[in-house]
Design a protein around this ligand. Structure first.
Ligand code: MN
Length: 298
């Protein structure tokens, strides 16, 4: 199943239009069936949906098979899990990216870091560049793993049972030597979407082709086969330290080909069996501070 958050905070399933119409996808509104208030605060409805999904699944599939739905193209997509317990991210998890960054801080040596949950946006939002004219802001093309079942000390052998699904993820990053969490936690710097595809629909995630274009120029082209720490071991490592909860997001790392994005760019990410999204880049006016006012260290 493909689960979206859209419009004013509704939750829906995306299905194929059987007739082969111009808009091949439709959205079935599951908000009422799931008992979600779209305007609730904090917006934790999707976390609850993920937690109870296996219990609700049969009823949801019944509803989906009988509902007509609305045009997918008319939906305004929001980030699927806007208020997770945490966003975990793996640095330098592809050898070719380590080479281009001249980095030896591999994920199997460094472990993981966190990104601010408030940096999450969805497929129809825009990446806002901070007003740091001396700094380069880079795109990173990543597969997002969405946790389904709570656990601490999860073994790699059991890890796949704790995964709810997958999404496309852009890990936007200010290059520099300052604390990584700060450089990656600016508002709009974690784009997740266009939906969450449940794990059963993706199958084996160990060789998913992923690509990223800036203005239709291919910049990143890789497969999850080349991950240094693979998906089961990322779940195991994260959960050795922190309890993982339904809705937690793991950014699995980026392959080679990262590069700058500037005002007016369109970043497109596509991951096999997961999805595709096109996200505009806009120059913002916020983000200066006394740390980034210091001369750039290289
Ligand atoms: Mn990254």
């Amino acid at each position: 199943m493909k689960l979206v958050r859209y419009d004013d905070g509704r939750i829906g399933a995306v299905v194929n239009e059987p007739s082969g119409a111009a808009d091949p996808l439709r959205v079935i509104d599951l908000t009422a069936a799931l008992g979600i208030d779209p305007l609730e605060w904090p917006p934790v409805g999707m976390v609850r949906v993920i937690k109870h999904f296996e219990d609700d699944r049969a009823a949801l599939e019944q509803l989906i098979s009988s509902a007509r739905g609305t045009q997918f193209n008319a939906a305004r997509l929001l980030t699927p899990v806007p208020w997770p317990n945490k966003v975990i991210a793996y640095p330098v998890n592809y050898i070719d990216h380590a080479t281009e960054m001249k980095s030896t801080g591999f994920a199997d040596v460094q472990g993981f870091f966190l990104k601010a949950n408030s940096s999450l946006i969805g497929a129809h939002d825009a990446i806002e560049l901070p007003a740091l004219p001396d700094r380069s802001v880079h795109h990173e093309c990543e597969l997002a793993v969405i946790i389904g079942r709570e656990g601490r000390g999860i073994s790699a052998a059991d890890a796949m049972d704790h995964i709810f699904g997958y999404a496309c993820l852009l890990d936007i990053t200010i290059r520099g030597k300052e604390e990584r969490v700060m450089r990656k936690s600016y508002d709009t710097f974690t784009v997740v979407g266009p939906w969450i595809v449940t794990a059963d629909e993706v199958g084996d995630p160990s060789d998913l082709h992923m690509q990223l274009w800036v203005n239709d120029q291919l910049k990143q082209d890789a497969t999850t086969r080349d991950l240094l720490v693979d998906i089961p071991n990322m779940v195991a490592l994260a959960s050795s330290a922190a309890t993982l909860y339904p809705g937690d997001i793991i950014a699995t790392g980026t392959p080679a080909g990262v590069g700058p994005i500037v005002d007016g760019d369109i970043v497109t990410i596509e991951i096999e069996r997961v999805g595709r999204m096109r996200v505009p880049v806009k120059q913002g006016t916020k983000g200066r501070n006394f740390v980034f006012d210091r001369p750039l260290k290289t």
